[in-house]
Design a protein around this ligand. Structure first.
Ligand code: ADP
Ligand code: 5GP
Length: 218
């Protein structure tokens, strides 16, 4: 009998303006098996951002209260505001078999990787820094000083790219999306995951277990 498959925990990081939000919105529109983990933040909403859809917009006192009550899987200060991943949603959605997608900065990403080693870590990289600058300007949600700050942070974030299992270059959106979905499909097919999910029982029957990875085989 096939057990309920635990959903993947998908960590996506990359510099501000690279296109994380755009790419993930497209993924979520196409895939019913993926859900976005809505973060909490102390920053003000941008025009068009909706409470409980893009973020939970908290005041600093409430954010601190959530930290003290251990309600975050990870949290960090990014670009002078606080951001955190609510733990409870991630755990319950994965238990329901949904793939939970996080959009977190590099420090948050590294924290999740150490807390949840079986997560799927993906770095979204720009084709070059000029494209990143252009995208930030074009988005028009930060002033020149803020854009300069984000480009500075981008340089240090790019240095940690090698800590991520996958790097997707967001040059052309359609191609990046195809690659992202290919990564998810490949991760679902990893042998330890297929065995842990109990899917092979349907193939072998209850009396004939497959040899587990790393065990002494013939
Ligand atoms: P992030 O969430 O990483 O900060 P956004 O998703 O807000 O980035 O994207 C920043 C800007 O770049 C947006 O105006 C978006 O439309 C644009 N953008 C995203 N992906 C691409 C791409 N592949 N080519 C050109 N522009 C892009
Ligand atoms: P923005 O303000 O542009 O929406 O996000 C700024 C940065 O905060 C991005 O790099 C984004 O990945 C990061 N971020 C968003 N939510 C979280 C979170 O819950 N935790 C951490 N560590 N970073 C986050």
């Amino acid at each position: 009998m096939t057990g309920l498959r635990k959903g993947l925990l998908v960590v996506v990081s990359g510099p501000s303006g690279v296109g994380k939000g755009t790419l993930l919105e497209r993924l979520l529109a196409r895939r019913e098996d993926c859900v976005f983990s809505i973060s909490a933040t102390t920053r003000a909403p941008r025009p068009g951002e909706v409470e409980g859809r893009h973020y939970y917009f908290l005041d600093p006192e409430t954010f601190n209260d959530w930290i003290e009550r251990d309600r975050f899987l990870e949290w960090n200060q990014v670009h002078s505001a606080y951001y955190g991943t609510p733990r409870e949603f991630v755990e319950s959605a994965r238990a329901r078999g949904q793939h939970v997608v996080l959009d977190v900065d590099v420090k948050g990403g590294l924290e999740v990787m150490s807390a949840e080693p079986d997560c799927v870590s993906i770095f979204l990289a720009p084709p070059d820094l000029e494209a990143l600058r252009w995208r930030l300007r074009h988005r028009g949600t930060e002033n020149a000083e803020q854009i300069a700050g984000r480009l500075l942070v981008a340089r240090s974030e790019l240095k940690h790219m090698d800590r991520y299992a996958y790097t997707i270059v967001n040059d052309e959106l359609e191609r990046a999306q195809t690659q992202l979905e290919a990564v998810l499909e490949a991760e679902m097919a990893r042998t330890p995951r297929v065995i842990a999910d109990g899917q092979v029982h349907a193939l072998f029957g209850p009396d004939l277990e497959p040899v587990l990875p790393n065990s002494e085989g013939p």
